[in-house]
Ligand binder design. Structure first.
Ligand code: SF4
Length: 370
């Protein structure tokens, strides 16, 4: 059955959004005009990928204070940028944002959707979101929330992303009719607040035309994709200090952890806990191993059982490749990922001597050049 026209089916969204939209710091008051600060829209869109609104708000505010314009961001160094992003995760977004700011600072904002999509890190979704929200271009932006709403509304079987092209073509006239910024944000807002995975259909402005609701199938549309079982591992996360310096991995140039400093993390299966740790049992430490209760660090595809340790040595040793001794006073200004921040925070709290500990000599040997 052909889909009803989008501009008719989605018409109730516009007044609903005007009445119930959340007051978010990146949102413009005037939904008819281009956004007064497209950079704020770009920052918010990148921060909101994979991250909840409530988490993003304080980061967004600090970011805009720290880097109020693309020029300010373009002039900042990588460590400063990563430090400002610290805790948000998916640090590639920070690097993309800086690279996009470099382009905008030197060449200005692109004049069309193709130009926006050519900025570093802006895929079709982000380009369309910025194009519609910041510039009022009628570019359909389909994020996970929008796909869920439209799948239910139009009773789409299977993965709605497979119909992305059809959905964009269907949606475009509605953007033109109701305002690109207004309708794009309204659709996202409905998916985030009402048509959530467990929908609140009683509060939905689209309830009368919703196919899944009329068919009693809101629980099964869209189908939930099965996630692979995360891989489990166990590791010692080691803060080693000697002569006022801490041993850290320098940031990688590429990959998921690019730009982040890291504590050495050693596989607990290769270096097992063995017996009672004491100053006498290790190579040359000035104090025994100190530990804190561990935790499970959850990533998209893996789970790590993290056991945090601290070991103070009398003298530095020649560190293995990729590791370096950093002045302990610099630790607070270096960008660290979430797991590693947690150990940095623990260093300020009292730990306890370990009963079952890895062999410190083996730790040192593993982390040294020898
Ligand atoms: S009626 Fe229910 S399922 Fe349909 S769009 Fe609204 S909240 Fe979603």
């Amino acid at each position: 059955m052909p889909w009803p026209p989008a501009s008719t089916l989605l018409a109730p969204l516009a007044p609903w959004f005007e009445a119930s939209r959340r007051d978010l710091p990146w949102r413009a008051g005037d939904l008819e005009a281009p956004h007064p600060d497209p950079y704020a829209v770009l920052v918010s869109e990148l921060m909101l990928q994979q991250t909840q609104v409530a988490t993003v708000i304080p980061y967004f505010k600090r970011w805009m204070d720290r880097f109020p314009t693309p020029q300010d961001l373009a002039e900042a160094d990588e460590d400063t940028v990563h430090k400002a992003w610290e805790g948000l995760g998916y640090y590639r977004r920070a690097r993309f944002l800086k690279a996009a700011a470099n382009c905008i600072a030197s060449e200005g904002w692109p004049g069309d959707l193709e130009g926006l999509a050519g900025l570093p890190g802006l895929g079709p979704y982000t380009a369309a979101a910025v194009g519609s929200i910041a510039f009022q271009w009628p570019a359909p932006a389909l994020d996970g929330n929008a796909f869920r709403v439209l799948a239910r509304l139009l009773l789409i079987e299977g993965d709605p992303k497979a119909r992305a092209g059809d959905l964009r073509a269907w949606l475009a006239p509605a953007l033109a009719a109701h305002g690109p910024s207004r309708l794009t944000q309204a659709l996202m807002e409905l998916g985030a607040t009402v048509c959530a995975p467990a929908p609140a259909c009683g509060s939905c402005p689209l309830v009368e035309g919703c196919g899944a609701r009329l068919a009693g199938r809101t629980a099964e549309i869209p189908p939930v994709a099965k996630r692979p079982t995360p891989k489990a591992s166990a590791l010692w996360l080691v803060a080693m200090e000697a002569e006022g310096h801490m041993l850290l991995h320098a940031p990688a140039a590429r990959g998921l952890l690019a730009g982040l400093w890291r504590w050495p993390a050693l596989d607990a299966e290769t270096i097992p806990a063995a017996g009672v740790a004491s100053a006498a049992s290790v190579a040359s430490p000035a104090a025994p191993l100190v530990a804190w209760p561990g935790w499970t660090q959850i990533y998209t595809h893996r789970r790590e059982a993290v056991s945090p340790l601290y070991l103070r040595l009398e003298a530095r040793f020649e560190a293995a490749e990729g590791l370096c001794w950093v002045p302990a006073g610099d630790l607070s200004r270096l960008p660290l990922g979430k797991r590693d921040q947690r150990l940095r925070d623990l260093l300020a709290t009292p730990g306890q001597a370990l009963l079952e500990a890895p062999d410190s000599a083996l730790l040192i040997q593993t982390l040294s050049m020898a």
